[in-house]
Design a protein around this ligand. Sequence first.
Ligand code: ARG
Length: 461
Amino acid sequence: ERLSLWGGRFAGGPADALAALSKSTHFDWRLAPYDIAGSKAHARVLHGAGLLDDGTLDAMLTALQQLADDVRGGAFEPAADDEDVHTALERGLIERAGADVGGRLRAGRSRNDQVATLFRMYLRDHARSVSMLLLDVVDALVAQAAEHADVPMPGRTHLQHAQPVLLAHHLLAHAWALLRDVERFRDWDRRTDESPYGSGALAGSSLGLDPQAVAQDLGFSSSTRNSIDGTASRDFVAEFSFVAAMSAVDVSRIAEEVVLWATKEFSFVTLDDAFSTGSSIMPQKKNPDVAELARGKAGRLIGDLAGLLTTLKALPLAYNRDLQEDKEPVFDAVDTLEVLLPAFSGMVGTLTFHADRLSSLAPQGFALATDVAEWLVKQGVPFRVAHEVAGECVRVCESRDIELWDLTDEDLAAINPALTPRVRSVLSVEGSLASRDGVGGTAPQRVAEQLQQARDTATSA
Ligand code: ARG
């Protein structure tokens, strides 16, 4: 007969079909080290409440340490009949400490407060590891920006040529987005820094246990203030999932540009051999698979978030078994980011940018038309008129298939008398870049400043 954590009021064990449905060890086993840490902390508060004598506490902690070693070394694994990580580890404890000692640990706790605590511990660790990996992508972007500090490129809106910008300025725009994701993980951690241990099944414990002591033992600043909320809330999972999905979406926006930039038509970048793939049939192919997988995996993380929110929607208080469905989506999000981000930072760090190509395209597509309009404004022309005049310049150029700087002095004067030859001072990429010198603008000096700020933000994150 199958062993279970209940028995008393049941005449028989669960049906095979129920056991198969109920089982979660294939995905919650990764919580085992946290479960054992929780058990040690719980044993200490049972001792503190006078419910375990010194000798029993000693025997229990020794057995739990043995169990932790066996889990780490693979000598102890969940058995086919173990329902979840908690059930398996209780069996492991009893096998090592005997039923009299091992059977005392469950007093005053429930798998409901246990799992809510362990899950927080696991996610707090992975918020840190994922943040480090995001910072590696930031470092790769910052290094490329620093290396190409004076390379202009065509800045785009609607994917059309808009105004020249510095490549470094563009790369740093991606870096700031990722730095905010790292900051989101840090904010999230502040809210998640509360331990539900001691909440019991939902109402707390009658045994005089000290939830604050367990919290401190497990690295939390405090215990949760409401035991129902402690066991039933999963907004910490949903919020983590959102930050994970947002990070993946931010990465996917870089990815999409790399895919475009690596095409023959753009030829902005060449991918390193180590971060591109070939084709089994077309010998010439060099494909941006890392970037494409990043784009694809963002969809997967959005699905993980949507699935989790759907599980939580309209769920009554307190614990419901639906909550067992909270783990796989966010574990998937963590695993996906932990395998994606190292490849992604490697790809970004090894991109070769084609500075000549980027520079020569920077002013094309009449990208300096705004400079003409703003130059006119500085001559006292109302912007409404200046916009019209610069637009007329573009129209004339387009009809003759020439660029703005090809207009003669006579052409300019014919379009509008305010267009004196001095307008040529802004008809260069350098002039255009240098003139956008407000904070956050694309002037080389401003970009150099924000490069340093991005570095500082990354180091202090
Ligand atoms: N494995 C469950 C989960 O992950 C915890 C067990 C709670 N089960 C219960 N019947 N109260 O949510």
